[in-house]
Ligand binder design. Structure first.
Ligand code: MN
Length: 232
Protein backbone atom coordinates (compact mmCIF):
# COMPACT_ATOMS: atom_id res chain seq x y z
CA UNK A 1 0.00 0.00 0.00
CA UNK A 2 1.27 3.45 -0.81
CA UNK A 3 -0.32 6.77 0.03
CA UNK A 4 -0.29 10.16 -1.63
CA UNK A 5 1.10 11.50 1.66
CA UNK A 6 2.09 9.91 4.95
CA UNK A 7 -0.99 8.92 6.98
CA UNK A 8 -1.40 10.60 10.35
CA UNK A 9 -0.06 8.58 13.27
CA UNK A 10 -2.61 6.55 15.24
CA UNK A 11 -3.80 8.36 18.36
CA UNK A 12 -2.89 6.31 21.44
CA UNK A 13 -3.31 6.28 25.21
CA UNK A 14 -0.89 4.73 27.74
CA UNK A 15 -1.93 1.59 29.64
CA UNK A 16 -1.13 1.06 33.32
CA UNK A 17 1.48 -1.69 33.77
CA UNK A 18 2.00 -2.25 30.04
CA UNK A 19 4.54 -0.98 27.55
CA UNK A 20 1.97 -1.35 24.74
CA UNK A 21 -0.36 1.57 24.15
CA UNK A 22 -4.10 1.58 23.46
CA UNK A 23 -4.83 2.68 19.87
CA UNK A 24 -7.87 4.95 19.72
CA UNK A 25 -10.54 4.21 17.12
CA UNK A 26 -13.40 6.60 17.99
CA UNK A 27 -14.38 8.78 20.93
CA UNK A 28 -18.05 8.56 21.89
CA UNK A 29 -19.46 10.86 24.56
CA UNK A 30 -22.71 10.60 26.53
CA UNK A 31 -24.62 13.86 27.06
CA UNK A 32 -26.24 14.86 30.38
CA UNK A 33 -25.76 11.53 32.18
CA UNK A 34 -25.84 12.80 35.80
CA UNK A 35 -29.12 14.26 37.05
CA UNK A 36 -27.59 17.25 38.87
CA UNK A 37 -25.56 18.19 35.78
CA UNK A 38 -28.65 17.83 33.54
CA UNK A 39 -30.44 20.23 35.91
CA UNK A 40 -27.62 22.78 35.90
CA UNK A 41 -27.85 22.74 32.09
CA UNK A 42 -31.60 23.38 32.25
CA UNK A 43 -32.94 19.83 31.77
CA UNK A 44 -34.67 17.27 34.00
CA UNK A 45 -32.32 14.29 33.67
CA UNK A 46 -35.23 12.11 32.53
CA UNK A 47 -34.37 11.58 28.86
CA UNK A 48 -33.00 8.62 26.90
CA UNK A 49 -29.21 8.61 26.51
CA UNK A 50 -27.82 10.62 23.62
CA UNK A 51 -24.37 10.71 22.11
CA UNK A 52 -21.88 12.90 20.31
CA UNK A 53 -18.37 12.18 19.04
CA UNK A 54 -14.95 13.70 19.16
CA UNK A 55 -12.23 12.85 16.63
CA UNK A 56 -9.76 10.20 17.83
CA UNK A 57 -6.87 12.65 17.52
CA UNK A 58 -8.55 15.04 19.99
CA UNK A 59 -7.00 12.94 22.77
CA UNK A 60 -4.26 14.50 24.87
CA UNK A 61 -2.72 11.38 26.43
CA UNK A 62 -1.10 12.02 29.80
CA UNK A 63 1.26 9.51 31.39
CA UNK A 64 0.87 8.56 35.05
CA UNK A 65 2.50 11.14 37.30
CA UNK A 66 3.02 13.65 34.51
CA UNK A 67 1.30 16.96 33.75
CA UNK A 68 -0.26 17.17 30.33
CA UNK A 69 -0.68 20.46 28.51
CA UNK A 70 -3.62 21.70 26.49
CA UNK A 71 -3.60 24.94 24.53
CA UNK A 72 -6.45 27.34 25.34
CA UNK A 73 -8.56 26.83 22.20
CA UNK A 74 -9.53 29.46 19.65
CA UNK A 75 -12.93 31.14 19.27
CA UNK A 76 -14.04 30.77 22.90
CA UNK A 77 -14.05 32.81 26.06
CA UNK A 78 -15.82 30.12 28.12
CA UNK A 79 -13.77 26.90 28.13
CA UNK A 80 -15.38 24.43 30.58
CA UNK A 81 -14.05 21.31 32.31
CA UNK A 82 -16.18 18.15 32.42
CA UNK A 83 -14.54 15.38 34.43
CA UNK A 84 -15.63 11.93 33.24
CA UNK A 85 -15.07 8.22 33.70
CA UNK A 86 -13.87 6.86 30.35
CA UNK A 87 -14.62 3.28 29.28
CA UNK A 88 -12.11 1.75 26.84
CA UNK A 89 -13.52 -0.93 24.54
CA UNK A 90 -11.31 -3.96 23.88
CA UNK A 91 -13.77 -6.20 22.03
CA UNK A 92 -16.22 -4.73 19.55
CA UNK A 93 -19.80 -5.68 18.77
CA UNK A 94 -23.26 -4.45 17.92
CA UNK A 95 -26.53 -4.85 19.81
CA UNK A 96 -24.59 -5.70 22.98
CA UNK A 97 -26.92 -6.31 25.94
CA UNK A 98 -26.16 -4.45 29.15
CA UNK A 99 -25.66 -7.77 30.93
CA UNK A 100 -22.94 -8.74 28.42
CA UNK A 101 -21.21 -5.36 28.29
CA UNK A 102 -18.47 -6.15 30.79
CA UNK A 103 -16.66 -8.57 28.50
CA UNK A 104 -16.28 -5.87 25.85
CA UNK A 105 -14.44 -3.51 28.21
CA UNK A 106 -10.63 -3.39 28.15
CA UNK A 107 -10.28 -0.88 30.95
CA UNK A 108 -11.10 2.53 32.40
CA UNK A 109 -9.49 5.95 32.51
CA UNK A 110 -10.02 9.46 33.82
CA UNK A 111 -10.87 11.94 31.07
CA UNK A 112 -11.83 15.57 30.56
CA UNK A 113 -14.52 16.42 28.01
CA UNK A 114 -13.30 19.98 27.48
CA UNK A 115 -16.07 22.15 26.06
CA UNK A 116 -16.25 25.55 24.37
CA UNK A 117 -19.48 26.23 26.27
CA UNK A 118 -20.26 29.54 24.59
CA UNK A 119 -20.07 27.93 21.14
CA UNK A 120 -22.02 24.85 22.25
CA UNK A 121 -24.73 27.12 23.69
CA UNK A 122 -24.96 29.11 20.47
CA UNK A 123 -25.26 25.90 18.41
CA UNK A 124 -27.97 24.56 20.76
CA UNK A 125 -29.93 27.79 20.42
CA UNK A 126 -29.76 27.55 16.63
CA UNK A 127 -30.47 23.78 16.52
CA UNK A 128 -27.08 23.17 14.91
CA UNK A 129 -24.50 20.39 15.55
CA UNK A 130 -22.36 20.67 18.69
CA UNK A 131 -19.09 19.83 16.89
CA UNK A 132 -17.51 23.26 17.21
CA UNK A 133 -18.23 23.28 20.95
CA UNK A 134 -17.17 19.72 21.69
CA UNK A 135 -14.98 18.19 18.99
CA UNK A 136 -12.11 20.65 18.72
CA UNK A 137 -8.37 19.83 18.77
CA UNK A 138 -7.05 18.68 22.18
CA UNK A 139 -10.60 18.55 23.58
CA UNK A 140 -10.12 15.13 25.22
CA UNK A 141 -7.26 14.99 27.76
CA UNK A 142 -7.07 11.46 29.18
CA UNK A 143 -4.94 9.61 31.72
CA UNK A 144 -3.61 6.06 31.43
CA UNK A 145 -6.09 3.22 30.95
CA UNK A 146 -6.28 0.81 33.88
CA UNK A 147 -7.18 -2.71 32.66
CA UNK A 148 -10.47 -3.97 34.18
CA UNK A 149 -8.81 -6.64 36.34
CA UNK A 150 -6.77 -3.96 38.16
CA UNK A 151 -9.46 -1.27 38.30
CA UNK A 152 -11.61 -2.23 41.27
CA UNK A 153 -15.27 -1.18 41.35
CA UNK A 154 -15.52 1.90 39.17
CA UNK A 155 -19.34 1.79 39.30
CA UNK A 156 -19.23 3.08 42.88
CA UNK A 157 -16.22 5.38 42.80
CA UNK A 158 -15.73 9.01 43.74
CA UNK A 159 -15.15 11.28 40.72
CA UNK A 160 -13.78 14.79 41.08
CA UNK A 161 -11.80 17.62 39.55
CA UNK A 162 -9.96 20.46 41.23
CA UNK A 163 -8.75 23.64 39.53
CA UNK A 164 -5.68 25.23 41.11
CA UNK A 165 -6.30 23.10 44.20
CA UNK A 166 -9.96 24.10 44.65
CA UNK A 167 -12.83 21.61 44.31
CA UNK A 168 -14.99 22.18 41.22
CA UNK A 169 -16.76 18.86 40.66
CA UNK A 170 -17.13 16.02 43.18
CA UNK A 171 -19.65 13.21 42.88
CA UNK A 172 -19.84 9.43 42.53
CA UNK A 173 -20.03 7.26 39.42
CA UNK A 174 -22.98 5.46 41.07
CA UNK A 175 -25.04 8.56 40.19
CA UNK A 176 -24.83 7.90 36.44
CA UNK A 177 -28.37 8.00 34.99
CA UNK A 178 -27.45 5.40 32.36
CA UNK A 179 -24.85 3.05 33.82
CA UNK A 180 -21.93 1.62 31.87
CA UNK A 181 -23.78 -1.49 30.70
CA UNK A 182 -26.88 0.46 29.63
CA UNK A 183 -24.72 3.02 27.84
CA UNK A 184 -22.94 0.26 25.88
CA UNK A 185 -26.31 -1.33 25.05
CA UNK A 186 -27.70 1.94 23.64
CA UNK A 187 -24.46 2.92 21.89
CA UNK A 188 -23.94 -0.47 20.22
CA UNK A 189 -27.50 -0.38 18.87
CA UNK A 190 -26.59 2.78 16.96
CA UNK A 191 -22.98 2.01 15.97
CA UNK A 192 -20.93 -1.20 15.81
CA UNK A 193 -18.40 -0.75 18.58
CA UNK A 194 -14.78 -1.48 17.68
CA UNK A 195 -11.69 -2.27 19.72
CA UNK A 196 -10.10 1.09 20.48
CA UNK A 197 -13.34 2.96 21.03
CA UNK A 198 -13.41 5.27 24.05
CA UNK A 199 -16.68 6.18 25.77
CA UNK A 200 -16.77 9.37 27.86
CA UNK A 201 -19.66 8.46 30.16
CA UNK A 202 -20.82 11.95 31.19
CA UNK A 203 -20.01 14.54 33.82
CA UNK A 204 -21.48 15.36 37.23
CA UNK A 205 -22.55 18.85 38.31
CA UNK A 206 -20.15 21.73 38.84
CA UNK A 207 -18.92 22.39 35.29
CA UNK A 208 -17.24 25.79 35.08
CA UNK A 209 -14.70 27.86 33.20
CA UNK A 210 -10.92 27.55 33.22
CA UNK A 211 -8.34 30.10 32.11
CA UNK A 212 -4.87 29.94 30.63
CA UNK A 213 -2.42 29.09 33.40
CA UNK A 214 -4.91 26.95 35.36
CA UNK A 215 -3.97 23.44 36.45
CA UNK A 216 -6.68 20.78 36.59
CA UNK A 217 -6.33 17.65 38.69
CA UNK A 218 -9.10 15.12 38.15
CA UNK A 219 -9.61 11.61 39.39
CA UNK A 220 -11.81 8.57 39.74
CA UNK A 221 -11.14 6.44 42.82
CA UNK A 222 -9.09 3.42 41.83
CA UNK A 223 -7.86 4.92 38.56
CA UNK A 224 -5.36 7.49 39.76
CA UNK A 225 -5.35 11.12 38.70
CA UNK A 226 -5.14 13.19 35.53
CA UNK A 227 -3.26 16.49 35.66
CA UNK A 228 -3.54 19.02 32.84
CA UNK A 229 -2.28 22.59 32.55
CA UNK A 230 -4.02 25.06 30.26
CA UNK A 231 -1.54 27.04 28.18
CA UNK A 232 -2.13 30.45 26.66
MN1 MN B 1 -19.39 15.51 28.75
Amino acid sequence: MSYVFNPAPVATVPVVGRAERFPVHRIYCVGRNYEEHAKEMGFTGREPPFFFLKPADAVVPVNAGETGTMAYPSLTSNLHHEIELVVAIGTGGKNIKAADAQKHIFGYAVGLDMTRRDLQGEMKKQGRPWCIGKAFDQSAPIGPITPTAQAGDVTNAEIYVQVNGQDRQRSNVSKLIWNIGETIEHLSAAWELQPGDLIFTGTPEGVAAVAAGDTLVGGVAGLGTLTVRIQA
